[in-house]
Design a protein around this ligand. Structure first.
Ligand code: PMP
Ligand code: GLN
Length: 380
């Protein structure tokens, strides 16, 4: 068969998790917590299933959850999306990203992505017949070169992806970045897909700059988030998309035939969780900050050099003092020979910077896991 996605293989997350399993490595590769979701949430899910919330939910999500998301969004970002027309509950952020791209990108249209970027963006663009235009972030601090973004916009540009806090680097866009983006897009019809799945995982008192804080951007944006990241349940695959009415209407045309609706019992559970326990999402940065700080402190015992982590739950490390292998080979060696699975950065790029020696480690782990992993990393 002639592949529609000839460049796509198995995702690096699957490859490295499989390798970790085969070799008994501690898995700091694929991003997921090794601890459980809040007990209240698990109880609420069990209750929802026992109380008969087991049949199809409304296509766009149950009203109670959409209202909870609307209220939380207003409290966080000062923008209240219309719960009926502007919020759609999806099977993870992944589905939302796919639906948004399928809904608006036509064959031959260009979509700007900022490299390194999350691996599901480009296949979604390719399947829609679009062309991904890769603009590199600065290799040192993963900031955006807005002049290069501006230069990449053509009459065929349909959409630009942004991602803050950023996977894999943890870099965060600033208020100035958002103002510049708004200015660049002002006289264009270009839409924005803002991937904000790590919105609540921010450190050192920094503020997450959601596009929803900026009315001019919000008016042209799909904003995607994920309950998996916020509530330590990546395997539940629930997320949502906030977009203005007209964009949401197109988005829902895809969503209704892609999945129709999303796992109903968890929607009831999240509606209750958001309303009853806002301290969970409001405290998520404070929850992860000691883990980040502890991991970085432990890493000082190794020859791996940690880069700054403004947000998210990934730590990039420079391994050039340890090895001169290219990153994919190094990650494989680290997993197989040293018992710690990591994610190489090159799969996040069209063209990775020459000589870059970085891998990504996930610190959404218990103290025991972090200690055991660093004990192995000390042997490098
Ligand atoms: N975007 C980014 C940047 C991510 O890191 C992830 C999860 N790894 C997703 C989207 C997908 O989220 P979900 O698991 O909710 O589909
Ligand atoms: N988002 C997760 C990460 O970046 C991986 C999710 C997946 O395996 N598709 O590690």
């Amino acid at each position: 068969i002639q592949s529609k996605l000839p460049k796509v293989g198995t995702t690096i997350f699957t490859v490295m998790s499989q390798l970790a399993l085969e070799h008994g490595a501690i898995n700091l590769g694929q991003g997921f917590p090794d601890f459980d979701p809040p007990e209240f949430l698990v109880d609420a899910l069990a209750r929802a299933m026992r109380e008969g919330r087991n049949q199809y939910a409304p296509m766009s999500g149950i009203p109670a959850l959409r209202q909870a998301i609307a209220a939380k969004t207003e409290a966080m970002y000062g923008h209240r999306p219309d719960a009926d027309a502007e919020i759609t509950v999806t099977s993870g952020a992944s589905e939302a990203i796919f639906d948004a791209v399928a809904a608006v990108v036509r064959p031959g249209e260009e979509v700007i992505v900022l490299d390194p970027c999350y691996d599901c963006y480009e296949p979604a663009i390719a399947l829609a017949g679009g062309v991904a235009v890769h603009v590199p972030l600065h290799p040192h601090d993963f900031s955006v070169d807005w002049q290069r973004v501006k230069d990449a916009i053509t009459p065929r540009t349909r959409l630009i992806f942004i991602n803050t806090p950023h996977n894999p680097s943890g870099a965060m866009l600033s208020a100035q970045d958002m103002a510049t983006l708004a200015e660049i897009l002002r006289d264009t019809p270009v839409l924005v897909l803002s991937d904000e799945v790590y919105e609540h995982i921010v450190y050192d008192g920094r503020r997450h700059e959601s596009v929803l804080r900026y009315p001019e951007l919000a008016a042209r944006s799909f904003v995607v988030s994920s309950f998996g990241k916020t509530y330590h349940c990546t395997g539940w695959k629930l997320g949502y998309c906030i977009a203005p009415r007209a964009l949401s209407a197109e988005f829902r045309k895809v969503h209704q035939y892609n999945t129709f609706c999303t796992f109903a019992p968890a929607q009831w559970a999240f509606a209750e969780m958001i309303e009853r326990h806002p301290e969970h999402h409001l405290g998520l940065g404070a929850f992860y900050q000691p883990k980040r700080d502890r991991f970085r402190e432990l890493l000082t015992r190794t020859r791996l050099l940690p880069l700054p982590v403004p947000g998210g739950y990934f730590q990039l490390v420079d391994y050039s003092q340890v090895s001169d292998l290219p990153d994919a080979e190094f990650a494989r060696w680290l997993t197989v020979e040293k018992g710690v699975a990591a994610i190489p950065l090159s799969p996040f790029y069209q063209t990775a910077p020459a000589g870059q020696r970085l891998v990504r480690l996930c610190f959404a782990k218990s103290e025991e896991t972090l200690q055991a992993a660093v004990a192995r990393l000390q042997q490098l």
